[in-house]
Design a binder for this molecule. Sequence first.
Ligand code: MOS
Length: 732
Amino acid sequence: MRFDTPATTNPIDQLRVVGKPTDRIDGPAKTTGRAPYAYERYDVAPNQAYGYVLGAGFAKGRITAMDTAAAKAAPGVVTVVTTLDMPRLERSESNIAYLFGGPEIQHYHQAVAVVVAETFEQARDAAFLIRTDYAREPGRFDLAARAATAPLVSGDSQEGSSAPAEDRTGDFDGAFAQSPVRIDQTYTTPYESHAMMEPHATIAAWNGDKLTVWTSNQMIAWGKRDLAKTLGIRPENLRLDSPYVGGGFGGKLFIRADIVLAALGAKAARRPVKLALTRPLVANNTTHRSATIQRIRIGAGRDGKITAIAHESTSGNLPDGKPETAVQQTKLLYAGANRLTAMRLAELDLPESNAMRAPGEAPGLMALEIAIDEMAEKLGLDPVEFRILNDTQVDPEHPERPFSQRHLIECLRLGADRFGWSGRNATPGRRREGKWLVGMGVAAGFRNNLLAKSGARVHLDKQGVVTVETDMTDIGTGSYTIIAQTAAEMMGVPLEKVVVRLGDSDFPASAGSGGQWGANNSTAGVYAACVKLRDAVAKSLGFNSADAVFADGQVRAGNRSAPIGQAAGEGGLSAEDQIEFGDLAKRYQQSTFAGHFVEVGVDAATGETRVRRMLAVCSAGRILNPKSARSQVIGAMTMGVGAALMEELAVDKRHGFFVNHDLAGYEVPVHADIPHQEVIFLDEVDPASSPMKAKGVGELGLCGVGAAIANAVYNATGVRVRDYPITLDKLI
Ligand code: MOS
C-alpha cells in the first residue's frame, strides 16, 4: 500500500481496541520468565558451547603475536579463534569500527579472540591464558583538545539523523551583531552508554552453509544485510531471530561483535555457540553516544523575538564516522530569520560513537533549552512565554513547508497550568524548604517523526484467530501489543484472538525499532496487510468488500452475516503487504513536541540534587496505547534524569578507554531517584503520518528533560551549570 495523501476515515478510527489503555500482551510471559532473552534460549539448538570474547587491552596499534597454546590446552576448551586467524572482515553499511580480523587495533576492547568451551567459566579462564604481544601507537582521545581543528562534517545517517555540515539562512553574523539582547555560551554533554538491561548476546548455529543466529537486535533486516556482508555469506543462507529484547536504546541497531564471534566460534567448534558481551565490552566494544561541545548564540529584539540563532556542535568519532547531529532541532524549533547550524567532527581513537535514544535531539536540546532559558532571563520574560512568542508553524529554513501538525504552544500552556508554574519565583534561590533550595524548570521537547517502509503478513484460521508475522522487534516498548490492537481493530476480533510473532528475519521486513518510528510504521504495515486480508475474507464469503463490516468476530454485509473464521476454510487465509510512503514527508515537516516541567530540590549545604516532580505534555499524533506510551515516556524521563545528573562515561585520556565500564561505575537512576512523574497526551491525530495517524513518543520523552532539570537547578540555586552531568561539585 502506498501512502501519499493524508489519511481519511478508516477502520482504525473506530477506536474499539486501538487507543485504549491496554496491558502488554507479552507482560505475563515477561514477568514469569517465559519470554527468554537470546542467551536463555536453551531449546533452539542442542549441545550449545559457551563463547567468551576477549577485547584488546590497548586502544591503537597492532598485534604482533598471539600464543593460544595454554588456552587450547585448558580444561573444557573446544576451540580458540583469534583475530590473527583471518583477514579483517568487511565493514557493513552500519559499522564504523571493524568488528574482527587482522592485526590492526582501532579502539580499546576491539574483539581479538573468542574462546569456546564446555562452560562459561572454562571459556573465561582460558581467555586469560592467551598471551598477546603488540606494538602500541599513540592515539587521540581528548575531544576538547581536538575541537578547535575539527572539520565540518554532515550528519545523515540511516537511523534518521539528517543535517548538512553547515546550513545558513539569512545573515546570522550581521543580525546577531545588531541584536540588542544576546547570549553566546558553550555547553557540553558527556559520553553516554546505552546501559541496557540485557547485554548484547547471541547463540549461533550452522547447518552446512546456513547460519541461524538467535540474538538481541532492534533492526532485523539491517542485521541480516550487515551480517551477510560481514561474514561474506548470502543473505538467503542467514536467519536472525530476536523475539524478545531486554532494551536497546540504539545500542542494538547494528550487529556487533557478539553476533560475528558467535558465528565464527560455532563454525570453528562445529557446534552451536552462545555468548554474551561482558559489561566492560558493552561500554568499550560496542557503541556509545558521543560527548558534545556546543556553542549557541541567540540574538533577540527587546520585544523578545529571536532575530538570530546559531548552534554549532562538535563531537568525536573514529575515522569515517558521523557526527552527533545535535543541531537538528535548532533548525526547526523556533522562528528567527537569520540562522546558522554547523557540525564539526574530531577524529578520535575511542570506541565507535553512534546512535543512542534520540540521537541528535537528546544532547542538542540539553544545550539549546538551557540557552533559551538564559535568553528569557536576559529579556525579563517568563521562559514559557518566551518559547511561545518564538513558535513557528512552518519550517523556518523552508517557510513553504508547514508542520503537518504542531501543538507545542498547547503543550507548554497545559503543562504550565497543570504543574502550577505560576507559583514559580522567577528570581533564583528564593524558595527554601528546610535544607532544600527548591526550583522549577521548563524545556520544550522536540523529535522528528520518520517514515519508513514496513511489511507484515496476516493469517486467519477457521477459529477466527488472526496471526500477525513481521520482523518488527519489541525492545520493551510494547510492539506486540499495539500490533495486536491494530489487527484486532482491522479484523473486528477481540484482542485475545490475535497472535503476534515478531523478530524473525523469515517474516516480512518491517521498519524495526529505531528513531521512535517503530510504533507508527510497523502498525501501518500491519494495517496494509489487514486491508488485503479483509478483501480476501469478503471475497471468500461472497460479500462485497466495500460493504463488509468487521466487528465482534463477525463479518456483515447488508443483511448477511458470518463468523469471520468461516471465511478461512480448512487451509486458512493469508495476506501480506507493506506500507510505503510517497513524498508526504517532504511536503510536510513531521515532528513531535512536548513541554517538560521539573521541580528539584538542591541541598543547600551539600549541593545534592533531588528531582521532586516531573510532568511531560506530549503532542505526538494518535496514541495507539496510552498505557504503553506512558511507560515509554516515563522511562525516557527517567533516562533524562540520568543524563542531567549522573551519566558520564569517563575517558582515560592516556590509554583511550571508558573507565567506568560497568553498572557500578556508570550511574543510572534507580527507583529511589524517581519522584512523581506525570504524562499527558494531547488528544490529536496526524493524518500525514500514516493510516494510523500516529507518531512516536519513545524518544520524545527524553528530549528536553535534561535542560528542564538544569533550568530547575538554576532556579533553585542561581548556579548556571552548562556542563553535564550536574554533579554536586559543580554547585558548590
Ligand atoms: Mo534509536 S537511537 O534509533 O534506537
